[in-house]
Write a protein that binds this ligand. Structure first.
Ligand code: SAH
Length: 672
């Protein structure tokens, strides 16, 4: 079987479809999978184990055989727990073939071959009865099919089917139930991920304000869940408007219905404010009594116990279709609608019961204004960042003249509008602004002199930002575009940014290291086969690469000074030969060198730069503050050096970093 994998080519900015054999997909999936993170989630694992032991005991106490159905067995972990707890037999279902194969090996390695049957099928394809996949229905149903939104990975349809066809009535279920919690908040920061705030531009002829069109003001946005590490959101970035309430719950031991439905709760605001966002998370009770509880609650909800870090389950941010003012003590009614796979919210004034019944239909949010398709949430946050805008305005003021002819190359950029307000006479490529700005729908290399009205460009602008970029240096597409339009540029053209630089720093992560770190054993089960499999996938075609992560969500401390490693001069065209550098970076602090972080800085003009990565190192401990709108590149070292003391620090990490202009990619190698 062949698979087509879409990938943007950083030299052309275009999507290209590469034909890969099926192993390629698997390796990508395994290398970047959350399996390691789940196996490191001690809190989850111990609670599953407790819940499974309790369920097996209850069945045994009734004098029945314990027959377990484990849907989505992954490594086989939960089935091995059940078998150890005394289950008579386990059916371990796994749809993803490489994982099912791994589960077979792991089960064998741990000596459970006679107790666990791994079945490589989707649960809805599993047959029961003589000659079927399962001899009989199970009386214990164990699963871990949840995502941050609880139901996004299809838990509801899977449970619905399992109760109909695969388990006995009155079966035990681990987990036994889930509850979804909500809390209403006001947050300018989170709201800036959905709305475009007015941009104030102080021009010579007075202040101008860029406002978004009304279609965008009234647009409900996009339906996909916004899942983040809410624990990294400081209290100063939001105001709580309501208590935490249970929005809905699901009992997994009874038949489950996946059909679309809605739930409604009344909230009494604890504070007056603008309701903008619903924060949500869930917990699961592993047993009917609720004694074994695993919760995703953020820090301000359960401040006492140190919570487990995990990346496979985070918290959800739901944007209300509109901002609604609420008054302390004046009840409002919050409706959660869900289909089989997702949830969305609506807030209304609380009214009589009868009235409320009438109006149950709440549409799933669908972007009608197009802007939410062009600007994803971090990008909207970036455009709303006033400090950043100010830097661009300052830089534009130094390069623009009344007779400037500007060309802007960036996706969904406000630069043309800013430049226009700041006095540029003529502008190409951007939105609206009548005759002053002209949008050219052409790839840079296909631009014709007539599209530019036979004018030469005096100012070439870019943020740069392109929606297809995955890693920081993919925005170097600006350099390629600049090269492609070279013939249209005046001999004394000003290019803004005039240059970019790649920066690098060695860090110790507080937690992110877990997602790429081998587990060895998990709850005393040997899972090294899984570790090897992930490692093998990471090394597939020697493809060890940097990966993008939004580091504001993943605290780390710097172990070295930040170092500029490469520069890219946008005043010149892209060179033919590679840009390489080798060197070493000194380690200054003790700690575990988990990897290197890389990011780009753009030098708009000689004196004005913006960073898409490091903003600040805040104290002598080396805590880092990262640009909250951008993903940085993380290169995980294959082995970690751990220096407890400064004297056993290796003095430096050596590196070789190479930019290949033919591919637009950056290859790197580090030696500790
Ligand atoms: N049970 C393991 C792994 C959980 S990850 C653990 O707790 O560590 C969930 C796994 O379920 C994934 O491997 C996914 O491929 C699989 N899966 C999801 N829905 C499934 C279904 N309906 N049938 C079979 N496998 C499923």
């Amino acid at each position: 079987m062949k698979t087509f994998c879409g990938r943007a080519n950083p030299t052309t900015g275009a999507m290209e479809w590469l034909e890969e054999d099926e192993d390629y997909d698997y390796h990508q999936e395994i290398a970047r999978s959350r399996y390691a993170d789940m196996l490191h989630d001690k809190d989850r694992n111990t609670k599953y184990y407790q819940g499974i032991r309790a369920a097996v005991s209850r069945v045994k106490e009734r004098g029945e055989k314990a027959i377990v159905l484990d849907i989505g067995t992954g490594t086989g972990l939960l089935s091995m727990m059940a078998a150890s707890a005394g289950a008579d037999f386990c059916y371990a279902i796994e749809v993803f073939r490489p994982m099912a194969n791994a589960a077979v090996k792991i089960v064998e390695e741990n000596g459970f071959c006679d107790k666990i049957k791994v079945i490589n099928k989707h649960s809805t394809e599993v047959t029961v009865g003589p000659g079927g996949d399962m001899q009989c229905r199970a009386n214990i149903l164990v699963t871990e099919l949840f995502d941050t939104e609880l139901i996004g990975e299809g838990a509801l349809p899977t449970y619905e089917h399992a109760h109909k066809y695969l388990v006995e009535e009155g079966c035990e279920a681990v987990p036994h139930r889930a509850r979804v919690y909500v809390q209403l908040v006001e947050s300018r920061r989170m709201w800036s991920w959905k709305k475009l705030f007015p941009v104030h531009v102080k021009a010579e002829d007075g202040e101008k304000i860029i406002v978004s069109p009304s279609e965008m003001e009234n647009c409900p946005g996009v339906p996909s869940v916004c899942d983040i590490q809410l624990n990294q959101m400081p209290p100063s970035d939001f105001t709580v408007l309501s208590d935490v309430v249970t929005m809905f719950s699901v009992d997994f031991s009874k038949p489950v219905r996946s059909a679309s439905t809605h739930y409604r709760v009344e909230l009494e605001p604890v504070k007056s404010g603008k309701a903008q966002v619903v924060l949500s998370w869930w917990d699961i009770d592993m047993d009917p009594s609720g004694m074994i509880n695993c919760t995703m609650a953020p820090y301000w909800v359960k401040p006492t116990s140190a919570s487990q870090w995990r990346d496979h389950w985070m918290q959800c941010v739901y944007f209300l279709p509109r901002e609604e003012p609420v008054l302390q003590g004046e009840k409002v009614s919050l409706t959660a609608c869900r289909d089989a796979y997702s949830v969305w919210y609506k807030l209304q004034k609380a009214r009589g019961k009868e009235e409320n019944k009438a109006d149950v239909h709440v549409e799933s949010p669908v972007c009608r204004c197009q802007a939410h398709l062009l600007w994803n949430r971090p990008r909207l946050g970036e455009l709303n960042d006033q400090n950043r805008t100010h830097q661009y305005i300052k830089a534009l003021m130094t390069v623009l003249h009344t007779d400037s002819i500007c060309l802007c190359i960036s996706d969904g950029s406000l630069l043309p509008v800013l430049a226009r307000y700041l006095g540029a006479k003529q502008f190409f490529k951007a939105n609206h602004l009548e005759d002053k700005i002209k949008i050219i729908e052409a790839r840079p290399e296909l631009l014709t002199p007539s599209q530019l009205e036979d004018k030469k460009i005096s100012v070439l602008l870019g943020e740069p930002f392109f929606t297809t970029s995955l890693l920081p240096w993919h925005n170097l597409y600006f350099w390629y575009a600049r090269t492609a339009v070279a013939t249209h540029l005046a001999s004394n053209v000003t290019v803004l940014p005039q240059a970019a630089s790649l920066h690098m720093m060695i860090v110790e992560f507080q937690d992110l290291w877990r997602i790429r770190s081998p587990c060895g054993t998990c709850e005393d089960f040997d899972v090294r086969i899984m570790d090897d499999m992930i490692n093998n996938s990471l090394n597939f075609r020697e493809s060890k690469e940097a990966e993008p992560h939004p580091l504001w969500e993943y605290p780390c401390k710097s172990l070295s000074d930040p170092q500029e490693v490469l520069t890219f001069d946008f005043r010149k065209t892209v060179p033919q030969q590679c840009l390489g550098t080798e060197g070493s970076v000194s380690l200054l602090r003790k700690g575990k060198s988990h990897g290197a972080v890389l990011w780009m800085e753009y030098h708009l003009t000689a004196g004005i730069s913006v960073s898409t990565g490091l903003m600040d190192i805040s104290n002598e401990k080396g805590n880092c503050e990262w640009n909250p709108h951008c993903k940085q590149a993380v290169y995980f070292f294959s082995s970690v050096i751990d220096s407890e003391t400064l004297s056993d620090l290796p003095s430096a990490v050596t590196y070789a970093i190479n930019f290949d202009p033919k591919t637009g990619e950056i290859a790197m190698d580090f030696k500790l």
